[in-house]
Write a protein that binds this ligand. Structure first.
Ligand code: MRU
Length: 349
C-alpha cells in the first residue's frame, strides 16, 4: 500500500466525511468523521484537517454531505457559504466549494476532484525532479505531503520523488512553530517513506544556510496572486529572504488550484490570524507570563521576486511571472486529463 493510501487524510463515508485527526500525529493515527456543518468547520478550524489542497477536498465532500442532509435550498446555500469561509487564506477551499456547487452530481464531482489531486501531485513531483542533483541539501517548511493534499504531496512530494529516483537528497525540515507541522507531520511522513531527514528549529534556517550550504529550498503555497506573490505558512517569507541573501534557489510547489488569478498581488491575500494561546503555551503548558499578548498570523506572503520558480502540474514556471502566470490562467485544466492517465497507468500495473 502506498504512503498516500496509508495516510489518506480525508475520505467519503456515506453519511459523514472521514478524516485523520492530524492534531494527534505523530503519536496516534486516529480516524474521525464529521457528520454535520459544525463538525466540518471545527475539523478545519482546529487543523485536524489541514493543508490547502486537503481542506479543498474535505470542503468538496462537505458540500456533498450538506446537499444530502439539507433539503431547504436557502439553508443549504448558507451552510455551504459558512463552510467555504472556514479558513480564509488557502484559496483551494473556496475553489473546491464553488466547483462542487456548480455541478449537478455533487458527490461524483467531489470524488473527481480528489482523484485529480492525486494525478496533479504526481505531475508536480515529476516536474520538480529536474531541480535535483545527486546528494543535494534541500530545506522545506511546514507540511506539504500526503496529509496536506490527499495525493502524494506538493513540495514534500517532489522531495520524496527525488529520493525514490535515487537522488539521495539530504532533507532539512523546519519544525514550523507554533503548531509544529514540520516536526509532527513532515518528519512522520518522511519516516514512513523511508527518507532520512534532519529537524531544525525555524530560527536555525539562517545558520544552516550559512554553514551547511543548503542547495535548494522547496515550500508549498496556500494562495498565489496573479503576479506570483505567494502566501504560505508563516516563516516562509523569512526563508525566501535568507535564501536570496545566500544565493540559494527558492521554489514554490503548488497546483493550479492554488493560484488565485482574481487577486492582483499579495497585499490582497487575506491572512488568517490565530489564537494567542497557540504562541503563549506549548503542549497545554504556559510558556509566557499570564496575560501576555501574542501576534499569531498563520501565514505570510513572499513577494514574487524572491521565488526562483513555481513547480506546477504544467512544469516549472520561471520569471517573468506576468507572462508565465497569464499563460497558466489561459490553459485548460489538466486535472481531469491527468486523472484519466493516472487511473489507466494504475490499472496497467
Ligand atoms: O496551517 P496549515 O497547516 O494548513 O498550513 C499549511 C501550509 O502552509 C502548507 O504549506 C500549504 O497549505 C501547502 S500544502 C500542500
Amino acid at each position: 500500500m502506498s504512503l498516500r493510501e496509508r495516510l489518506a487524510p480525508v475520505w467519503w463515508e456515506h453519511h459523514a466525511v472521514g478524516y485523520i485527526d492530524q492534531r494527534r500525529l505523530p503519536h496516534e493515527v486516529r480516524r474521525e468523521s464529521a457528520a454535520n456543518l459544525d463538525e466540518l468547520i471545527e475539523a478545519i478550524r482546529t487543523l485536524a484537517v489541514r493543508g490547502a489542497p486537503c481542506i479543498g477536498i474535505f470542503g468538496a465532500y462537505g458540500v456533498a454531505l450538506l446537499r444530502a442532509s439539507i433539503a431547504d435550498e436557502l439553508q443549504f446555500q448558507a451552510a455551504a457559504e459558512r463552510l467555504r469561509q472556514a479558513r480564509p487564506t488557502a484559496v483551494n477551499l473556496a475553489w473546491a466549494v464553488d466547483r462542487i456547487l456548480a455541478s449537478s452530481d455533487m458527490l461524483a464531482q467531489a470524488h473527481a476532484l480528489a482523484g485529480e489531486q492525486v494525478a496533479v501531485d504526481r505531475a508536480i513531483a515529476e516536474a520538480g525532479l529536474e531541480l535535483f542533483g545527486k546528494g543535494m541539501r534541500v530545506l522545506t517548511h511546514c507540511n506539504t505531503g500526503a496529509l496536506a493534499t490527499g495525493g502524494e504531496g506538493t513540495a514534500l512530494g517532489v522531495i520524496i520523488a527525488a529520493a525514490a529516483a535515487g537522488k539521495k537528497p539530504q532533507v532539512y525540515v523546519d519544525e514550523t512553530r507554533p503548531l509544529l507541522q514540520g516536526s509532527r507531520l513532515t518528519l512522520f511522513e518522511l519516516a514512513q517513506a523511508g527518507v532520512d531527514a534532519i529537524l531544525q528549529v525555524d530560527a536555525a534556517a539562517a545558520i544552516s544556510m550559512q554553514r551547511n550550504a543548503i542547495d535548494l529550498v522547496i515550500v508549498g503555497a496556500d494562495r498565489i496572486a496573479r503576479n506570483g506573490d505567494t502566501a504560505n505558512k508563516v516563516g516562509t517569507y523569512g526563508l525566501a529572504i535568507l535564501a536570496a541573501h545566500h544565493g540559494i534557489p527558492f521554489y514554490v510547489a503548488a497546483p493550479r488550484s492554488t493560484f488565485d488569478f482574481a487577486l492582483a498581488g499579495g497585499s490582497d491575500i487575506p491572512i488568517e490570524m490565530r489564537a494567542e494561546h497557540e504562541v503563549t503555551s506549548f503542549a497545554r503548558t504556559a510558556v509566557a507570563p499570564e496575560g501576555s499578548v501574542a501576534y499569531n498570523p498563520a501565514f505570510d506572503v513572499t513577494p514574487a521576486h524572491l521565488v526562483s520558480g513555481f513547480i506546477t502540474e504544467y512544469g516549472v514556471l520561471r520569471p517573468p511571472y506576468g507572462d508565465a502566470l497569464a499563460d497558466l490562467e489561459s490553459r485548460p485544466s489538466l486535472g481531469a486529463l491527468l486523472a484519466v492517465r493516472c487511473a489507466s497507468s494504475e490499472r496497467a500495473r
